[in-house]
Design a protein around this ligand. Structure first.
Ligand SMILES: [Zn+2]
Length: 98
């Protein structure tokens, strides 16, 4: 597990665990770009208890959390090209690399 897989600004290494950025039930898979390494606090408290989500548009080494109330799912407006969640993440990552 690389240190830079951690949530931005978190330097905790307490009980590191992997988490699916896009949940399996929403089509997320086990590829490295869909996995994040999180400390116990960010995994169990911030995400699973308080309802934060990892912003799928952030690349693996720059993960950020979305507050629960801004979470709107992966739907795109109908007037733009439709990308499924995996495609959105790949697009965001490619834009970051370009
Ligand atoms: Zn953390």
């Amino acid at each position: 597990m690389a240190q830079d897989d951690l949530i931005d600004s978190c330097r905790s290494s307490y009980r590191l665990q992997t988490h699916h950025v896009i949940p399996r039930r929403d089509g997320g898979d086990n590829t490295p770009t869909n996995l994040a390494t999180l400390c116990w606090y960010h995994h169990h408290i911030a995400i699973h208890r308080k309802g934060h989500r990892i912003d799928p548009h952030t690349p693996p080494h720059r993960r950020r959390l979305l507050p629960p109330r801004t979470w709107t799912g992966y739907r795109h407006p109908t007037n733009v090209e439709y990308l499924n969640p995996i495609q959105q993440q790949e697009r965001a990552y490619q834009n970051f690399l370009d």
